[in-house]
Design a protein around this ligand. Structure first.
Ligand code: ADP
Length: 393
């Protein structure tokens, strides 16, 4: 459940009270479901997942009586990095500036705001408002408003606002990724070109020539890995094609442990698998399950300096719980949602590790195809446990 900030501006204290009542208690009273859930149901043709509350978000509502106060509240929110999403503005608010002027100035301070003009009078036409604010920049609702109309407007506009912010985050992460990638591609290329120049222009001993060739080989290998990463990004944008079958999860896990043991050994880490003898077959796509485990275990090794990494399998009713536990640097609570985003990397993490923020989003996509999802429990400085479950075949 997310909390979205809403600002209500009206010179009438009673109306401000009704905003507060409807928007902050509406979730409990109303039988109207969120527009998101309804839209999903209509588009997918199946009912959306039931949740403990029919609402995906709650509102933190601020109320003010004058346009000038509203402008100040918006500026302060922007300055504190915690902006409003939706503003409901009355049109006439004597003695101060009117709703249209307030909206115009607000958009100059925060161009992302979703504006709703609420008025009992038709003293400004819709066309006039559209000319002043931009066609897609505002909604227009009539007073007296119906509580459900107000609540649904708030829900759908905050969903649109959140979606736009999510897109902005993705664009930002993508930009950082592109910058890092071009830097990383340039470096091995420069090394290879430099060595080739030396090989071509100087006489040298055979042993030294061999060393240069080995250097070219290792740099070329790095380039190949980067190209593989780029290929994975394209894969991320298309639906993974999964061949579901009954998979020997224990055998697969032991294979991953064998494969990555040398990697763990290099850092003096213990890599183990804990599982009872009778782990049932699970339903899944074998190569995807392999990739999921590899991504999680490679991360666990990368982000752990001392101690151990353990893959644990536990049968639970119709599923098998898979946990990848490490004794590494851990992930702060505030980062535990973001790390599953494409291209996201925790800034200034205790251990410097090369990476592109793709591994976990690939895991998440692949698990989605298995009707499952990845989650993490972690304490900073103490380690992390990434876990998911799979259906028994
Ligand atoms: P990458 O590791 O290439 O950056 P991932 O998508 O695999 O990309 O991981 C995203 C971020 O999550 C990492 O940059 C790291 O900050 C954090 N992370 C992932 N696994 C772990 C772990 N086991 N311990 C601590 N942090 C982790």
């Amino acid at each position: 459940m997310t909390v979205v900030k809403i600002l209500a501006v009206d010179d009438e204290p009673l109306i401000l009270q009704s905003y507060l009542k409807i928007l902050t208690s509406g979730a409990k009273d109303s039988t109207v479901r969120s527009l998101d859930a309804l839209a999903k149901e209509l588009l997918d043709g199946k009912p959306s997942k039931p949740s403990s509350s029919p609402w995906e978000r709650t509102f933190a509502v601020t109320t003010v009586q004058q346009g000038e106060e509203a402008l100040q509240a918006v500026s302060e929110a922007v300055a504190m990095g915690n902006p409003f999403a939706v503003v409901f503005i009355d049109m006439r608010m004597p003695p101060g500036i009117d709703g249209l002027e307030t909206a115009k100035r607000m958009l100059m301070v925060d161009g992302n705001l979703e504006i709703v003009i609420v008025t009992a009078y038709s003293d400004r036409t819709r066309t006039e408002l559209a000319e002043a604010l931009g066609e897609a920049r505002f909604l227009y609702i009539q007073k007296p408003f119906h509580p459900d109309e107000l609540l649904q407007t708030a829900q759908s506009l905050s969903a649109r606002w959140e979606l736009a912010r999510e897109q902005e985050r993705l664009d930002r992460d993508k930009e950082i990724f592109a910058r890092n990638m071009s830097h990383e591609l340039r470096h091995p290329l420069q090394v290879v070109l430099g060595i080739c120049d030396t090989l071509l222009s100087c006489e040298m001993e055979e042993a030294q020539r061999q060393q240069f060739i080995r250097d070219i080989h290792s740099e070329a290998q790095r380039l190949a890995e980067l190209v593989e990463k780029l290929r994975m990004i394209n894969q991320l944008d298309s639906e993974p094609s999964l061949e579901m079958q009954a998979v020997e999860l224990k055998e697969l896990t032991e294979r991953v442990v064998r494969l990555l043991k040398p990697e763990a050994k290099k850092k003096h880490l213990q890599l183990t698998c804990e599982a009872p003898e009778d782990i049932p077959l699970v339903r899944g796509d074998e190569s995807s399950l392999m990739q999921i485990l590899i991504n999680l275990v490679v991360n666990a090794i990368h982000y752990t300096e001392t101690g151990s990494v353990c893959i644990r399998l536990t049968p639970k009713e119709h599923r098998v719980l898979v946990e990848v536990q490490d004794t590494g640097v851990g992930v702060a609570a505030s980062e535990q949602k973001a790390i599953f985003r494409k291209f996201y990397r925790v800034p200034k993490q205790a251990l410097k590790v090369r990476g592109h923020g793709l591994g976990l989003s690939i895991v998440q996509d692949l698990l989605q195809g298995h009707g499952s999802t990845i989650a993490v429990e972690s304490n900073l400085g103490q380690g992390s446990c990434f876990f998911f479950d799979l259906f028994i075949a």
